[in-house]
Design a protein around this ligand. Structure first.
Ligand SMILES: [Zn+2]
Length: 310
């Protein structure tokens, strides 16, 4: 027979694995950090060209995270719904706040099943095991989990279908995993909200989340990525393409958002101070500094380095 501590240890590891989130390279992960929120685009526990693995707090509600893909321009449907151009609609902070509130309040019923299963698994079962032994504990666990999991799956399918009608595959995956495992059922309250802010620009989402950390650094980096693309234009003076025009619109929207937050975006493009006296050039995209011999920034594949004023 497997010793009880080993069984509980395995259960704890399985539980913690539910709180890992895989993030594709084209998406930003918004997760709770302390009393506020933070955004992650790379790094994490594991990282490859296909994406990166990140953790969230291992508790219902605190483990909530939003995945937002960086798509330019935003989904056209959003523009047509609000009657505004797609870029303006994707940068609307009040719309994001309304969306967050409506999704959160619609999914409130899942809070009770999620916390119910959490209390059953981590409080009731250990106490029953201590006082009454393994058999009564297993009886209470199986009957309690079955009732809560069935209720959870039914509520999840109904509300998710109403909120995210077009995400049928995601709904099926969520409901199936919540039916098969009580650990996944605990997570389904938070995971069902993962796509809630899809279609909005990540920087606008960051501006809408309370106590967000490091907005200006992210905004400046994103602004520079858009201003200095990886592949420089082949010929100066060529007609403006649709991509360049939408990038300019996005930069304009980022600048407007920055000014609303009391930040002056003009400083994002000023040359840096030399970190070392031998550094005479820098990459305008990533701000890495180079000596006079360098011909390109290999990280950004940019051949056009800018001089650092001495
Ligand atoms: Zn660079």
């Amino acid at each position: 027979m497997i010793p009880v501590p080993m069984l509980l240890g395995c259960l704890l590891l399985l539980y913690l694995s539910e709180f890992l989130v895989w993030v594709r390279p084209d998406a930003w992960l918004f997760r709770r950090r302390g009393r506020g929120w933070e955004a992650l685009t790379q790094g994490g526990l594991l990282s490859s060209s296909r994406g990166s693995l990140h953790w969230v707090y291992p508790m219902p509600q605190l483990g909530r995270a939003y995945l937002v893909r960086l798509s330019i321009p935003a989904a056209p449907s959003m523009g047509s719904i609000t009657g505004r151009p797609p870029v303006d609609a994707s940068f609307s902070v009040p719309d994001i706040e309304r969306r967050l509130q409506s999704v959160e309040s619609a999914l409130q019923p899942l809070r009770w099943t999620s916390w119910g299963l959490w209390v059953l698994l981590w409080l009731v079962c250990p106490l029953l095991l201590q006082w009454l032994g393994l058999q009564p504990m297993l009886g209470a666990l199986i009957s309690g989990a079955l009732i809560l999991m069935t209720t959870n799956a039914w509520i999840l399918a109904r509300i998710h279908g109403r909120l995210f009608f077009e995400s049928g595959d995601e709904r099926l995956r969520l409901v199936l995993s919540a039916c098969l495992s009580p650990l996944a059922a605990i997570r389904s309250w938070d995971l069902s909200q993962k796509q809630a802010l899809e279609g909005f620009h990540p920087l606008a989402v960051a501006a809408a989340l309370p106590n967000f950390r490091g907005w200006e650094d992210l905004a400046a980096a994103e602004w520079r990525r858009s201003r200095y693309p990886v592949i420089p234009p082949l010929s100066v003076g060529s007609p403006i393409t649709a991509d360049e025009s939408s990038s300019a619109e996005v930069r304009g929207a980022i600048e407007t958002l920055a000014r609303q937050r009391g930040i002056e975006p003009a400083s994002w493009d000023t040359p840096p101070k030399a970190a070392d006296p031998t550094n005479t050039q820098y990459c305008p995209r990533c701000r890495a500094q180079f000596t006079g011999q360098a011909r390109a920034c290999h990280d950004c594949r940019r051949t056009a380095l800018s001089p650092i004023p001495q």
